[in-house]
Design a binder for this molecule. Structure first.
Ligand code: ADP
Ligand code: MG
Length: 624
């Protein structure tokens, strides 16, 4: 007999389970039944692929056994089972960053949090919400020795050899004194129906009950054992669509995803012809928490002829569709398809390709309200798709939405092009955009002034991190070239000749400013792109690094800051006054304020905030 200490993480988790999630404790049944289902799936697969088990009689089932005298219930399966090492690995430690991720996401709302349990792979531990003590008696298929894992849900657990005939697992739960609710077979039946009705294996309740037979003097009461199936045990996705109601799809989704919300939408496809397969895909109403984590759980399960193959393959669908929850069930793949080589399998590649088209098509056709919600939740992933899925780029570009200077809410590229096309005198086929972190700062950027004046629409891209990588890669949409307005001349810019003339005219002040600002700017020049602001800063587009930024980002490296060019507006009152200032000291203060306020308007950091504040107060004091 060996006693073991839990990882500290598990200790914390158990604390949380028993103290925070207490109000939704019924879900422990869902979690244990779901584990039993997985264990049956695994043995099913083994039986079909491993000669050793081929001819074995096997009647897969899950039994929930009640024992009132003992104050216990047990969840029993004849699935794959676990050996000593499995017990240590699976129940004694938490793989991945499960707990940590779980704790990070906890909201304090027991209902919501208890749904996270299943999503983060820590479901087993939910049993300690109701248990004083838990024994896991288990024997791994194909092995001789059975083991028992025991724990009371505090710091320790114990593993020791025991005897057990059949392979599979018994979770024997000694209920806490006040958990009488789970002795009620009606109550448990209701819970199983609610969460686990679509488990494809039969789930039985086994309990003893008093039954009276005969009448009057002949009446006899005896104890009988009931063995009652409570679920449908059909693979829902294989049923014809005409037999399925919305409620069926929704309930199945909840079992599949451990999500308590109804899905945004779903698509169910039976394909026949050169390839035969069934797919059922759901889009969650709310994006799964872990989609931006490197260790996200794949949401799609692969079946072959109803036999579960894997739920651990991250690319059954392209990565950017990792929010999809669902099932792919193929008739054409061999059962013993090597999980390692799935990626290279042609059948699967074809199913994948067809599925992506279907899913994107369905997204495109979502009714307005749902579509808006979709964009709200999944916009970043669609952008990821634009960058990675060249085959479906057109479709994705139809789905993506951006903020804009011309419309409230979001606009499609198509709508932009239509509006621009109607613009009078429009000759350039350009889609203009400006990227930054903060919508408010972007909307007030001096760079927009010239476009406003010329009545030209500019897209406002405030997903900086991803927009900076993706947007330059779009290139063009229906022959309309995308243009970053911080890298091009403003509309109605002067001819080269006029530009030279203007620069010459204001050379004195630009030279002075450059002298004062030194290395803080690459260059100071006059511009016609501004109307309301005295100055703006733009990255130096002539710098050799300018074209390299996306390469850096691709490699996951920080992009070196490009040198800035300070552009001043000679029409602005402040600049005109500046040109007349004699006192060097005053000019210096003004020069720095000009640069720093231009930087602030673009949402850039100042090197010396205190100095900025001091100069502004100084100048203001003199002005008032
Ligand atoms: P998850 O199911 O998300 O992996 P759990 O905490 O529910 O997380 O279970 C942890 C692991 O314990 C499972 O992945 C599985 O390997 C093992 N396990 C739990 N219950 C059983 C069972 N009834 N039969 C076999 N293995 C089990
Ligand atoms: Mg589980």
């Amino acid at each position: 007999m060996a006693k073991h200490q839990y990882q500290t993480e598990i200790g914390q988790l158990l604390q949380l389970m028993t103290h925070s999630l207490y109000s939704n404790k019924e879900i422990f049944i869902r979690e244990l039944v779901s584990n039993a289902n997985d264990a049956l799936d695994k043995f099913n697969y083994l039986k079909l692929t491993d000669a050793q088990f081929k001819d074995m009689d096997w009647d897969p089932k899950i039994v929930i056994r009640f024992d009132k005298d003992d104050n216990s219930i047990s969840i029993i399966d004849n699935g794959i089972g676990m050996n000593e090492q499995d017990l240590m690995d699976n129940l004694g430690t938490i793989a991945k960053s499960g707990t940590k991720a779980f704790v990070e996401q906890m909201t304090g709302d027991a209902k919501k949090d208890s749904n996270l349990i299943g999503q983060f792979g820590v479901g087993f531990y939910s049993v300690f919400m109701v248990a004083d003590n838990v024994d896991v008696i288990t024997k791994k298929a194909g092995e001789e020795q059975a083991y028992m894992f025991s724990s009371d849900g505090t710091g320790e657990f114990e593993v020791k050899p025991v005897t057990k005939d059949e392979h599979g697992t018994i979770i024997y739960i000694k209920l806490k004194e006040d958990e009488k609710e789970f002795h009620d077979t009606w109550r448990v039946k209701e819970i199983v129906k609610k969460y686990s009705d679509h488990i494809p294996y039969p789930i039985y309740l086994k309990y003893e009950t008093e039954e009276t037979t005969g009448e009057g003097d002949d009446a006899k009461t005896e104890t009988v054992t009931k063995f009652e199936q409570v679920n449908d045990a059909t693979a829902l996705w294989r049923l014809p669509k005409s037999e399925l109601k919305d409620e069926d799809y929704i309930e199945f989704y909840k079992t599949l995803s451990h999500d308590s919300e109804e899905p945004m939408t779903w698509l169910h496809t039976h394909a026949e012809g050169s390839l035969e397969y069934t797919t059922l895909f759901y889009i969650p109403h709310t994006a799964p928490m872990d989609i931006f984590r490197a260790d996200f759980q794949p949401g799609t399960k692969l079946y072959v002829k109803r036999v579960f193959i894997t739920d651990d393959e991250k690319e059954l669908l392209p990565l950017y569709l990792r929010f999809i929850r669902g099932i792919i069930d193929s008739e054409d793949l061999p059962l013993n398809v090597s999980r390692e080589l799935l990626q290279e399998n042609r059948v699967l590649a074809n199913i994948k390709q067809a599925s992506v088209k279907k899913i994107l098509g369905a997204i495109k056709k979502l009714p307005e309200e749902k579509f808006d919600r979709f964009i709200d939740q999944y916009s970043k992933l669609i952008k990821e798709g634009i960058y990675t899925d060249h085959t479906n780029k057109e479709l994705l570009l139809d789905i993506v939405r951006y903020k804009s200077t011309k419309v409230e809410g979001m606009t499609s590229l198509d709508a932009y092009v239509q509006r621009a096309g109607e613009r009078e005198g429009e000759t350039d086929k350009h889609i203009y955009y400006l990227i930054g972190e903060d919508e408010n700062i972007l909307r007030h950027s001096p760079l927009l002034e010239a476009y406003k004046k010329a009545d030209i629409e500019v897209l406002i891209l405030d997903d900086k991190e991803i927009d900076e990588i993706v947007t330059p890669a779009i290139g063009a949409y229906k022959e309309w070239e995308l243009k970053d307005i911080s890298t091009i001349e403003a509309p109605e810019a002067l001819s080269e000749e006029e530009q030279k003339e203007l620069a010459e005219k204001h050379k004195k002040i630009t030279d002075k400013l450059k002298e004062i600002l030194g290395d803080a700017v690459k260059e100071v020049k006059v511009t016609t792109r501004l109307s309301d602001s005295p100055s703006c800063v733009v990255p130096d587009s002539s710098d050799p690094m300018a074209g390299m930024a996306h390469v850096f980002r691709q490699m996951g490296q920080e992009v070196p800051d490009l040198p800035l060019v300070l552009e001043i507006n000679p029409e602005h009152e402040m600049i005109q006054k500046l040109e007349k200032i004699k006192k060097q000291e005053k000019l210096e203060a003004a020069a720095w304020v000009l640069l720093d306020s231009a930087k602030l308007a673009e949402g850039l950091e100042l090197d010396d905030k205190a100095a900025f504040a001091r100069r502004v107060t100084d100048l203001l004091g003199k002005a008032l």
